[in-house]
Design a protein around this ligand. Structure first.
Ligand code: CU
Length: 244
């Protein structure tokens, strides 16, 4: 009887150890999230207006000065276009890619949005609303293939998927050299892109210990350790500084 009791205790101890060993509770989402802001300190870069003289059709689509997205700082001292994502800690957790497409639009010979995220295997559609041709060039990165395709005005979307996580995959237009976008490809849905207020929220994150990473095109990258507890919102702010 004593031996039997010991065996039960051993099994219980192993179960406890196993549950503590798992870094992520893969149970149903319980409202936990990660929120924060991407701050910027220092002198904002001076942005030089984009010249669209190479293609008068593009220029005619614009009504005023067009500034590049890279290097932009929000009026409230935060950064737009920061790609925030959980880079470590999800262990064996797999989250199926949603079937809905993420859309990258060519409008006025500018990519909208400038920075976007997509899950591995999730459809990406590139659409054009411009009366001029574009050549979409998706650069190879981390096992994803390099490809380019010309898209004529009025034609249907160019659709693709990515097979490997990669932060980031640059997209350029081989016809209009100022056109640039960045796609963050991640294995899970735990990512966000900051907008005009520099804030982000990543919802439905399972409780666990993670590394939260931030990518910016101009000011580098950073990462923080973040602990997410059941039903709570974890906070993670980042501060980037001007290049010296
Ligand atoms: Cu183009």
């Amino acid at each position: 009887m004593k031996r039997f009791g010991m065996a039960i205790m051993t099994v219980a101890a192993l179960l406890v150890a196993a549950s503590f060993g798992a870094r992520v509770n893969a149970g149903p989402a319980d409202g936990s999230s990660i929120s924060g802001k991407i701050y910027f300190k220092g002198k904002a870069p001076e942005l030089r207006p984009i010249s669209m003289d190479k293609d008068p059709v593009c220029a005619s689509e614009q009504s005023g000065t067009v500034l590049p997205e890279d290097g932009r700082v929000n009026a409230n001292g935060t950064l737009p276009n920061a790609f925030v994502y959980i880079s470590k800690g999800t262990g064996n957790l797999t989250v199926k890619a949603p079937p809905n497409s993420v859309t990258l639009t060519q409008r006025g010979c500018i990519y909208q949005p400038h920075v976007l995220g997509v899950q591995v295997g999730q459809p990406l559609q590139v659409v054009t609303v411009d009366p001029t041709a574009h050549n979409i060039h998706v650069s190879a990165n981390k096992g994803n293939r390099d490809w380019n395709v010309t898209q004529q005005p009025g034609t249907t979307s160019v659709n693709t998927k990515f097979s490997q996580p990669a932060v980031m995959i640059p997209v350029h237009c081989n016809i209009h050299p100022w056109m640039e976008a960045f796609i963050g490809v991640v294995a899970n849905p735990y990512f966000a892109v900051t907008g005009d207020d520099g804030s982000f929220t990543i919802k439905n994150v399972p409780p666990g210990d993670y590394t939260l990473s931030v990518w910016t095109s101009t000011f580098g990258t950073q990462e923080h350790a973040v602990t997410v507890r059941a039903g709570e919102s974890a906070s993670a702010d980042f501060t980037f500084t001007a290049a010296q």
